[in-house]
Design a protein around this ligand. Structure first.
Ligand code: ARG
Length: 456
């Protein structure tokens, strides 16, 4: 018989039982459900709402149950509806009346909010530690590549010379912001909901601050209606995770084309590549492609939750049970993607010669030539036009700026002197860029040291 069956005179349709049931996915919350119940029981006893004897029995059997579930000794009966009912039912089977007191001053509505907040807090910590590991890996590769020049692109056209380290550090900035966003979400999740009851608290003199303290929450929620109907923190987490996937997906896209025969910038290790069932020569970057692909479902989960919440009147409505699968799926997907991406990137080989070739055989020094003229007094817009003419001439004659003679330079501007050839050298321009954020070796090295120190 269902715990809430008192006012019913008929059984639910079998279909309804199956439809309503969330145990098969929300059972992953068991640890938080039990820890939350232990704190609740301790508070009830402290406030003399249940006896010391009940407290002892309940705390012991909750701990025993946790251990039994940890060890795989509990098979959840699908009759139980959800994890909250399952825990209470098993306790009742095991210790009888004391267990029937556990739900005093509590509803599944504030209970599920507590469980989800505890889950989100724990998972945020896990995702942050995975990102830090990725950051560490990226920065270690960057350290070895502060001299490895490569083309920097805009519009996928060679633009100005940067280094492989500088390119990796662009991603480290994105992942640092991801950590920041997660920490911010953590702050708003760290507010304890228990005590709101179903929607309007209870008539007992409960101590919510005590529960918050036991469960390591910074604050308690301030409005009971909001408490049981707030899923902002879930949406924020889903958003943070979607942005992480967007970053991983962009990076994956680069890995994919860098590894192509057209680019040959890197080699992805065999460990992180797969073959074709038909074409014997193929070595495919499936890992990077799958990460790019899985970004779709993580975006989808965010959209799903925004949509679920958009028309729900206060306070709790069952629609909100839909938060679980979306959240669990995004969390699990993102954790797996960060971890496998870290493995993949840590085993790539960088083709320094190919990257250098791509820089030398290019017009990426054109901006430096324009700035050379400006330093000699030419207005920038005129300098831009002059160098543009020179590039046009080179394109027609199938050569690069460094192949032109001094008299060819002088035909365009008398300001050109012999020192132009130093400017045309592939690393000269980059090495003159001394400001923060520049690709220059020393600046990138300093950045790497600072960030390695920060994530320690
Ligand atoms: N399984 C439910 C959920 O995930 C728990 C809360 C149910 N509350 C209720 N009154 N039906 O949202």
């Amino acid at each position: 018989m269902k715990m809430w069956a008192g006012r019913f005179s008929e059984q639910n349709a079998k279909e309804v039982d199956i439809f309503n049931n969330s145990l098969h996915f929300d059972k992953v919350l068991y640890k938080y459900d039990i820890l939350g119940s232990i704190a609740h029981v301790k508070m009830l006893s402290k406030q003399n709402i249940i006896s010391k004897d009940d407290e002892e029995k309940l705390v012991k059997s909750l701990n025993d149950l946790m251990k039994d579930i940890d060890e795989g000794k509990v098979t959840f009966d699908e009759e139980y509806e959800d994890i909250h009912m399952a825990v209470e039912s098993i306790l009742t089977d095991r210790i009888g009346d004391s267990a029937k007191r556990i739900h005093t001053c509590r509803s599944r509505n504030d209970q599920v909010a507590l469980d989800m907040k505890m889950y989100v807090k724990a998972e945020i910590k896990e995702v942050i530690s995975l990102i830090k590991n990725l950051l560490y890996t990226l920065l270690e590769i960057a350290k070895d590549n502060t001299k490895t020049i490569m083309p920097g692109y805009t519009h996928m056209q060679r633009a100005q010379t940067v280094t492989f380290a500088h390119h990796l550090c662009a991603y480290s900035e994105m992942f640092r912001r991801d950590v920041d966003r997660l920490k911010d979400t953590y702050k708003r999740t760290n507010v304890m909901p228990l005590g709101a009851g179903a929607l309007a608290c209870s008539t007992f003199d409960i101590d919510r601050d005590y529960v918050a303290e036991l469960l390591d929450f910074d604050n308690i929620t301030l409005n009971s209606l909001d408490t049981v109907s707030d899923r902002d923190y879930v949406i924020e987490l889903l958003n943070d995770l979607a942005i992480i996937m967007m970053h991983l997906s962009r990076f994956s896209e680069e890995i994919i084309y860098w590894a192509s025969d057209e680019f040959k910038f890197i080699v992805v290790s065999d460990k992180y590549s797969t073959g074709s069932s038909m074409m014997p020569q193929k070595k495919n970057p499936d890992v990077a492609e799958l990460i790019r692909g899985k970004t779709g479902r993580v975006y989808g989960n965010l959209m799903a939750m925004l949509t679920v919440m958009k028309g729900i009147p206060l306070a709790y409505n069952k629609d909100m049970q839909e938060d679980k699968e979306a959240t669990f799926d995004s969390v699990n997907t993102v954790k797996q993607c960060i971890s496998i991406f870290t493995g993949m990137i840590s085993t790539i080989t960088v083709n320094e010669d190919v990257l250098k070739e791509a820089c030398v055989n290019s017009f990426m020094n054109a901006t430096d030539v324009a700035e050379y003229l400006v330093k000699k007094g030419c207005p920038f817009r005129d300098a831009h036009f002059i160098v543009g003419n020179l590039v046009g001439k080179c394109v027609n004659e199938d050569k690069f700026l460094q192949d032109l003679t001094l008299s060819e330079f002088k035909e365009q501007s008398g300001l050109f002197e012999d020192d132009i050839y130093e400017v045309l050298h592939v690393t000269t321009g980059m090495n003159k860029k001394n400001m923060t954020a520049s690709p220059k070796e020393e600046i990138v090295k300093r950045y790497i040291d600072e960030i390695l120190d920060e994530i320690k």
